[in-house]
Design a protein around this ligand. Structure first.
Ligand SMILES: CC(C)(COP(=O)(O)OP(=O)(O)OC[C@H]1O[C@@H](n2cnc3c(N)ncnc32)[C@H](O)[C@@H]1OP(=O)(O)O)[C@@H](O)C(=O)NCCC(=O)NCCS
Length: 400
């Protein structure tokens, strides 16, 4: 195979690009959808393709984001997606060649962090990625046991949105919420609009009007009607998106969803570990978590720059041995500085393990117990956990 890698831009090549992706993942595009949905998306992002001679055999996309880090700051992050190689050309280095090219470009542009959502979990550690957020991939609440523990009076109000593409509402809620949640990303209007272009026609959208004005909550859902013995209602509320920027907005939206008439369950997907519904319910155990999964994976392309970009809840010093090189992290007044050191390392770890701890989603002590890192100085992992803790469970509200 004669392997070359380059970016592609032209509409014909982008159609080919989408077809290679579909073939890699085992599906087909209808021409109409390809032109209406995919080509516009591909024109907005950076498309990198691998060729065997003149034939396009692999694809990978990257897209710029600002990712929230602990302390309510952001860091530039490039999201990788759409990685796929034709079944005829697998395991011959095409993915590695595309990723090498993309990572080199990111480093050259000074982007310290790269991220992805992994369809398969045993590939990306070799490229330095580790899971950095956890997600409740699927959960269900039994609406018959949906009473709240404390009386709740909504200080705002819920509105049903008629606009088929309420981009401005989602943007407003996201702008209010994203800096509160490590791992959350900004989204441009085209990304938000795409959420509505691909949505099913039977989706409803609601927003929560904040008591002080504007919107601080948004949800989209479908109602799946079901009857047992033709007469007993067993409908499900299936929630597609749920974003909130204030506890009252979360409580109000959950109350609304649990009270949809003729339904007995609310199903949610991709929720944070600290979803407030668990604590809102009087009977916690009726929040059934069905699957917890890795969410956003990160690779710290420039570990020092990344560690300096976040804030820390506790001051202190920590000497890490990252892939064999000693790095001193010093935190004063919550600000981190990071540089190579001659001091004796206290924790030895590799790039994926450091990426997992970066947002505070995975604890050093837990990774030590799982033998994902080695504690070289007693107490170092407990100290590291107190320094790396985040104000909220890291979460990314959408997959790119
Ligand atoms: C996964 C996929 C993109 C890999 O592409 P590829 O060109 O075959 O990968 P490469 O030959 O460049 O392999 C790169 C490394 O990943 C490893 N690898 C590749 N596919 C793997 C898999 N499915 N499971 C585990 N390891 C895998 C290779 O062994 C190689 O490791 P090494 O460099 O340490 O030896 C390709 O098989 C594919 O399109 N699969 C279907 C779609 C998919 O699963 N996409 C990824 C989901 S995000």
């Amino acid at each position: 195979m004669s392997l070359t890698v380059r970016t592609v831009h032209e509409p014909d090549e982008l159609r080919e690009f989408a077809t290679v992706h579909a073939t890699a993942f085992g599906y087909h595009w209808e021409d109409e959808k390809l032109d209406r949905l995919m080509v516009p998306f591909l024109r907005r992002v950076n498309c990198v393709a691998a060729f065997d001679g003149g034939e396009m055999i692999g694809v990978s996309v990257d897209q710029p984001f600002q990712m929230t880090v602990p302390g309510g700051r952001t860091v530039p992050m490039r999201g990788l997606t759409w990685a796929g190689v034709l079944p005829t050309h697998r395991r011959r280095g095409a993915l590695r060649a595309m990723f090498d090219r993309q990572h080199a470009d990111m480093r050259e542009q000074g982007v310290p962090v790269s991220g992805l959502f992994a369809a398969a979990t045993d590939i990306y550690h070799r490229f330095g990625y580790g899971p950095a957020t956890l997600t409740v991939a699927e959960a269900e609440v039994d609406s018959n046991h949906g009473a709240f523990a404390a009386p709740f009076q909504d200080p705002g109000s819920i509105e049903l949105l008629r606009d088929p593409s309420p981009v401005a509402v989602v943007r407003e809620v996201l702008e209010r919420s994203r800096l509160q949640i490590p791992g959350e990303l900004d989204r441009d209007d085209a990304d938000i609009a795409e959420m509505f272009t691909v949505a099913e026609h039977d989706e409803f959208r609601i927003a929560h009007r904040a008591p002080g004005g504007g919107y601080d909550g948004f949800a989209s859902y479908r109602v799946k009607s079901e009857w047992t013995h033709e007469v007993l209602p067993q409908g499900q509320v299936q929630v597609q998106a749920l974003l909130t920027a204030a506890p009252e907005a979360a409580a109000a939206i959950w109350r609304y969803l649990l009270d949809v008439e003729l339904t007995t369950t609310v199903q949610v997907y991709n929720r944070p570990l600290d979803d407030p519904i668990r604590g809102l319910l009087a009977e916690w155990r009726y929040h059934h978590v069905k699957q917890i999964a890795d969410g956003l994976w990160l690779s710290l392309l420039d570990a020092s720059a990344a560690l300096q970009a976040r804030r820390y809840p506790a001051d202190g010093e920590l000497v890490l041995e990252l892939d064999g090189a000693a790095l001193l992290l010093e935190v004063r007044d919550g600000e981190g500085s990071c540089a190579p050191t001659g001091r004796r390392p206290e924790i030895a770890l590799d790039a994926p393990a450091l990426a997992s701890t970066f947002l505070g989603g995975y604890r050093f002590t837990a990774l030590r117990e799982a033998m994902r890192l080695r504690e070289l100085a007693p107490g170092a992992c407990v100290r590291a956990d107190s320094m790396f803790r985040a104000e909220r469970e890291p979460w990314c509200s959408f997959e790119f």
